[in-house]
Design a protein around this ligand. Structure first.
Ligand SMILES: [Zn+2]
Length: 124
């Protein structure tokens, strides 16, 4: 699982803007602070399959710790399942007040520096 780069510019028509123009954090219209910027944040929650992870870890141990060999020899099971998928609007003001938005902004900055081709984080 990696942070992924999306299209940089995607226009929003009036009908779509009406659906996303209120901040999910403060509940105010997105430009209430005079800033004509807002975020749309996609939040996906995953549940790990602990038993599948243990099986793969056991196979890795049987292969003397060789992850790549265990990956090839293993059943390539699903290790995690998406439990929910939501998009939320965050106004510019709340994005400055919310620590998580700062963390996400740093990840996006790293992604930009990597050219969007290298994963920022992975499970390896
Ligand atoms: Zn807000």
């Amino acid at each position: 699982m990696t942070a992924t780069r999306h299209e940089r510019r995607e226009s929003v028509k009036q009908d779509e803007l009406a659906k996303v123009m209120y901040c999910g954090v403060c509940g105010k219209v997105v430009n209430h602070d005079g800033m004509p910027l807002f975020y749309r944040v996609r939040v996906q929650r995953y549940g790990l399959d602990v038993n599948a992870l243990k099986r793969q870890q056991g196979l890795t141990m049987m292969m003397s710790g060789h992850h790549a060999l265990a990956r090839i020899m293993g059943p390539d099971e699903d290790m995690a399942t998406r439990m929910s998928d939501h998009e939320v609007t965050v106004c510019e003001s709340c994005s400055h007040d919310t620590t998580m938005m700062g963390v996400l902004a740093a990840a996006w900055k790293d992604e930009d520096e990597n050219g969007g081709e290298e994963p920022i984080a992975s499970q390896d």
